[in-house]
Ligand binder design. Structure first.
Ligand code: CMP
Length: 140
């Protein structure tokens, strides 16, 4: 089933100049990039995006990290896009990420972990319109 997921190339990966390498992996496995833009989130925007984690001990630190520089949200489309992107990203903690995954190759820590992806259809339904208006989505 064709599905969409929200992906973010996080500030650590943008700062390392590996945005293009990560996009190449996205294209190599057959995703259609339906939308993408470079933004620099405010604290309020990061807190709103990660609101589901607001009770977690890492919430403030995560939001500070996500606002330290530009990041690139994208909407990716494919059959089973949510799981397909999670497989390509690898485990949240790069110490546990499988060889060949984006986090294994580009992440530095569980916080500076290079990329984000929606974890379920309901999450994608919140996350995609958080960053993109419907007119910004360009299906092929
Ligand atoms: P992400 O997929 O963007 O979703 C929530 C983020 O919180 C996660 O990636 C990590 O970058 C960050 N994070 C920081 N500390 C932890 C932790 N202990 N457990 C899970 N996620 C964490």
């Amino acid at each position: 089933m064709t599905q969409r997921t929200l992906a973010i190339i996080k500030p650590d990966a943008v700062a390392k100049n590996v945005t293009g390498k990560i996009i190449a992996r996205v294209e190599d496995v057959g995703f259609t990039i339906v939308a993408a833009k470079m933004i620099h989130m405010t604290d309020a925007q990061a807190r709103g995006f990660y609101i589901v984690h607001k009770e977690r001990p890492f919430y403030a630190s995560l939001c500070a990290f996500m606002t330290q520089g530009p990041c690139m949200p994208m909407v990716l489309e494919a059959d089973g896009a949510i799981q397909k992107w999670r497989d390509l990203m690898g485990a949240t903690n790069p110490a546990n990420a499988a060889p060949g995954t984006i986090r294994k190759d580009f992440a530095s820590s569980i916080e500076a972990n290079a990329v984000h992806g929606s974890d379920a259809p309901e999450t994608a339904a919140f996350e995609i319109p958080y960053f993109f208006a419907s007119l910004e989505l360009c299906p092929r």
